[in-house]
Design a protein around this ligand. Structure first.
Ligand SMILES: [Zn+2]
Length: 118
């Protein structure tokens, strides 16, 4: 049993799905939470010469998180102070939570020899 790692796409704990690029033996091993994220990574990486730009996807994911965030605020009776806040303010809160989550997952994911880039 290996120690848990963060999924290279979403930052949630990996579930044993691993991608090793056969065309780039020196590239780090990537780990994923699901076959869906592994397939996304491998197809995007192949199209973009081994690079995956997460920025556009992250921006959309933060935007998509507004609705469940609002639903949680409503369920907890906390919507009123947030109701007239800008989308930028809401995105800042979501980003803070997601960034904290991903940094913690990174800290808890030990590096292994196959991930050292030299
Ligand atoms: Zn994932």
């Amino acid at each position: 049993m290996t120690a848990p790692h963060a999924c290279a796409v979403c930052g949630f704990q990996d579930r044993g799905f691993i991608f090793v690029d056969p065309h780039r033996p020196a590239a780090p091993v990537r780990r994923f939470c699901s076959m869906h994220h592994l397939k996304f990574w491998s197809s995007t990486s192949r199209r973009n010469d081994g690079m995956v730009d997460m920025t556009k996807m992250e921006k959309q994911a933060i935007k998509d998180a507004r609705r469940p965030f609002a639903e949680a605020l409503t369920e907890l009776g906390l919507m009123e102070p947030f109701f007239n806040r800008s989308a930028e303010d809401i995105d800042r809160l979501i980003t803070a939570a997601v960034t904290g989550f991903k940094k913690s997952m990174d800290r808890q994911s030990p590096l292994t020899d196959d991930e050292v880039p030299f």
